[in-house]
Design a protein around this ligand. Structure first.
Ligand code: SF4
Length: 311
């Protein structure tokens, strides 16, 4: 098996108590069977807390969230009592993995850092160098790809190369990428895009404020940040969405729609940055994090947008 990742992957380290939007708040956390079994064996005060803090349902076990939807093991200092009491290697699979995502091929796995984590978003968006996809682990065996997998990986790399062509503004690169993918974005006003996004499943009231800004924008098309300081962050966003979402076409066959989804995601985040009263890198990181947790971390919302793009 071969494991691939973007070349910034190993820079990530969870910032724990310094995180303003901890993934231990607001998300239901499922516990895999092996970890659940181990937690049953823990004794003493932590064992008692585990008994009270876990619900075993028909679909498996999960932590019972407390006030403000906090994981019951996230302490007041913003640290995890399970890591403190048992060690990092005793976390359930989801807690160990987050914010990593994976795409699976026959003989290759791709791993990445999800933009819904503010530290991952900071790493991705503040990087100057072009992002490369590198091989992290190689079992040494001959590659045994399916032909459609080879085609998809090559095609995605062509899309990535187009959005990384720094001789042009990213605005034009996104259009060129769409043309190469034989995809297009429907012509809609910011307010019409807000009407499409508003009925989707939502998590954070902050997202409503961003949608309000889109609704109030009287322009005919989504504004895009054209200043030189935003060119590289917008490129990194485009590479992120292409790397993460194009592999899904192996399952649903929606190559054009996924290229359009990547472009739309960059354009919506870019528009929200333009409409912000104080556009800055922290604001971009926060907007990208919000978009990611509201849209791409919800399969329903992602597919709703893919359906919209298919019309
Ligand atoms: S969101 Fe990211 S940085 Fe924050 S607690 Fe979770 S993994 Fe750590």
């Amino acid at each position: 098996m071969k494991l691939y990742c973007p070349d910034y992957y190993n820079s990530f380290k969870c910032i724990a108590d310094k995180c303003r939007h901890s993934c231990c708040i607001g998300w239901e956390i499922d516990i895999d069977d092996n970890t659940r079994e181990f937690y049953r064996t823990v004794e003493g005060p932590l064992g008692e807390r585990l008994k009270k803090g876990i619900c075993d349902g028909e679909d498996g076990a999960h932590f019972i969230l407390g006030e403000h939807e906090r994981c019951p093991f996230l302490n007041k200092e913003g640290l995890c009592d399970l890591i403190i009491g048992l060690g990092e290697d005793k976390l359930c699979q989801i807690c160990t993995d987050h914010p990593r995502f994976r795409s699976f091929y026959q003989d290759r796995t791709e791993i990445g850092l999800g933009l819904c984590c503010e530290e991952a978003a900071r790493i991705i968006l503040t990087r100057d160098e072009k992002t490369n996809i590198i091989r992290l682990i190689d079992d040494g065996d001959l590659d045994t790809f399916l032909i459609e997998e080879i085609d998809l990986i090559k095609w995605r790399q062509q899309l990535i190369s187009i959005v990384q062509d720094r001789t042009m503004p990213v605005d034009d690169r996104l259009d060129d990428m769409l043309a190469f993918a034989e995809a297009e974005l429907p012509e809609k006003t910011p307010s019409e895009w807000a009407d499409i996004l508003r009925p989707l499943e939502r998590l954070d009231p902050e997202w409503d404020k961003r949608l309000d800004a889109l609704s109030c924008c009287g322009l005919k098309k989504l504004p895009f940040p054209m200043d030189s300081e935003w060119q590289t962050p917008m490129e990194q966003l485009a590479v992120y969405f292409l790397y993460r979402h194009i592999p899904g076409a192996l399952e649903d066959g929606d190559f054009e729609g996924r290229a359009a989804f990547a472009a739309l995601s960059v354009r919506i985040i870019g528009a929200l940055l333009c409409l912000s009263p104080s556009p800055s890198m922290p604001e971009l990181i926060e907007t990208a994090r919000l978009y990611s947790s509201e849209i791409e971390y919800s399969d329903d919302n992602t597919y709703a947008l893919l359906d919209e793009l298919a019309q």
